[in-house]
Design a binder for this molecule. Structure first.
Ligand code: AMP
Ligand code: MG
Length: 501
């Protein structure tokens, strides 16, 4: 054994792994060692997250490039590719699985939360089908930026721990630099994981999975009269809350297949996702979403559709009488609409500065959205400028000046002021609360594209770093980053995104 290998193996004990998924039955996964990278280089290590995970950051900085390229499997890891199925654009595929992702293991973080650490792009697995198991640098940077931005925006999401280039090319439409992304998640269990077992009629596997998910994500349902029904309700509730948050920040996931929907309630899979600039509910960015199945405003309905697929897999666990099981599942699925509406309306009230509730609020909010759509108003800036207007009427000119027709805003503003008069908050307090939920900065598509082009074409990561810096504090004005708040010029617009597989 060489000196360097022994040293790193000893130091690698710094990962406090406890791999509960690897202890599940054999049909849940395939063990798989990551492939080597020829000449890996560290692009980014998320030191704050590493610290949160309970890792020794100084040690990790020395080892990061080897560990996060897949070259060094840290002690205690039990690398594996997870099995799952999924509906892709409505069509069921009984076996997908981690074709380019390898779960190293789980750690319990400083807050006592169990977190998965997964390499994405570290080589082929038994689930790779025709894929190469690799990732290109562009999509890796995109996921890094957007998942960290989502976290800073306060939206449940998987996180970015590291990005590494491999020194090897990957072949897509063109030859691109290869990279590995390290993802941290509450778990990587998806609706499609349940579908994998249901499709095989493997009720034992399904039950083992459901029990694992309960103990990991929803321990409180264990004592319910019907724990699996309570589990289904709890997942439905978290997804309703999550999708409402997406809509409130203008996020479009882009590929809400059932294999890309977690049961933990975290946003996962940032392939073709993008944030909307001008408000239009029909907005679609993904190049492969030709029919707009996953358009901005379709996301709640698709969330419900995906949850119905989850409900189907649980029938055998809900009740021995199939009719009864279907009835129970249907009730939960139907309840999604109300759950979503409650979260959405609550959040939208906050966005326009209301701390109280009145029946007419929904109408007032919809009137603003219709107006914004007609005016092609920037979603993020409209709400941010409304914060300023809530603080002082002296900011009115700036608010109405951002619309194509300034006078057109008057009727809505009159209604809003009338409503605010019945909402007992000081202007200063209201504006402060509004600024905590209406971001000044979002990961705008054109900025991401510019950062990727500079990194891929010129190995220049300065734009990537700048984006990470500004997006870490999306609710602060940060005047030195003012240009990052602006929507793209017409020439800068990026209207299409790609899943990057
Ligand atoms: P995604 O579109 O990223 O959600 O991936 C859908 C499925 O395709 C999953 O089973 C992935 O593991 C698989 N996949 C995507 N890209 C690759 C790749 N480059 N090599 C192998 N499998 C892949
Ligand atoms: Mg996926």
């Amino acid at each position: 054994m060489s000196q360097s290998f022994r040293d790193s193996a000893a130091l690698a004990a710094h990962f406090p792994f406890d791999n509960s998924y690897a202890r599940l039955p054999a049909q849940f996964f395939a063990r798989q060692t990551p492939s080597n990278a020829v000449s890996p280089q560290l692009v980014k290590l998320n030191e704050a997250l590493a610290d949160e995970l309970g890792l020794d950051v100084e040690w990790l900085k020395r080892e990061a490039v080897q560990i996060f390229s897949g070259n060094l499997v840290p002690e205690g890891a039990d690398p594996l590719a997870m099995a799952y199925a999924g509906h892709q654009f409505g069509t069921f595929v009984p076996q997908l699985g981690d074709g380019r992702a390898i779960l190293l293991g789980e750690v319990i973080d400083r807050n006592g939360r169990r977190r998965d650490i997964q390499l994405k792009g570290a080589g082929e697995t038994p689930f790779s089908r025709r894929g190469d198991g690799r990732a290109a640098l562009g999509p890796v940077l995109r996921e890094y930026i957007i998942s960290e931005a989502m976290h800073a925006l306060g939206v449940p999401t998987t996180r970015a721990l590291a990005a590494v280039t491999t020194g090897q090319p990957v072949y897509r439409e063109t030859t691109l630099p290869g990279a590995v992304f390290t993802r941290v998640a509450a778990s990587h269990i998806r609706v499609g994981t349940f579908q994998f077992f249901a499709a095989r009629g493997d009720t034992d596997g399904l039950k083992a999975l459901a029990d694992h998910v309960i103990s990991r994500h929803y321990p409180h349902v264990r004592d319910s009269v019907r724990p699996y029904l309570a589990l289904f309700e709890a997942v439905t509730e978290r997804q309703a809350a999550l999708i409402a948050r997406w809509l409130q920040i203008g996020f479009i996931h882009g590929v809400m297949n059932t294999d890309n929907m977690t049961v933990s309630g975290e946003t996962i899979d940032f392939g073709p996702c993008a944030f909307m600039d001008a408000y239009d509910p029909a907005t679609v960015f993904s190049s492969i979403d030709r029919r707009g199945r996953y358009a901005y405003a379709n996301q709640p309905a698709i969330g419900q559709w995906n949850l119905a697929r989850l409900g189907e897999t649980l029938l055998a666990l809900l009740d021995p009488d199939l009719d009864k099981a279907v009835e129970l599942a249907n009730e939960v699925i139907k309840g999604f609409g109300e759950r979503f509406q409650t979260h959405w309306l609550g959040g939208m009230r906050g966005k326009i500065g209301l701390a109280t509730q009145e029946d007419g609020d929904l109408d007032l909010i919809q009137a603003l959205l219709l107006f914004m759509q007609a005016q092609e108003a920037d979603f993020t800036l409209t709400f941010r400028k409304l914060c300023d207007l809530a603080e002082s009427s002296s900011n009115k000119a700036i608010f109405i000046g951002s619309f194509k027709s300034a006078e057109a805003a008057e009727p809505w503003l009159a209604r809003w002021h009338e409503r605010l008069a019945r909402d007992p908050q000081s202007a200063a307090k209201r504006a402060k609360a509004m600024r905590l939920i209406n971001p000044a900065f979002i990961p705008r598509n054109h900025r991401i594209e510019q950062a990727i082009v500079a990194a891929v074409d010129d190995s220049d990561f300065s734009l990537f770093e700048a984006l990470l810096t500004v997006l870490a504090k999306p609710y602060e004005d940060q005047p030195s980053f003012a240009p990052y708040a602006r929507p793209p010029e017409i020439s800068e617009r990026v209207l299409e995104t790609f899943c990057g597989t």
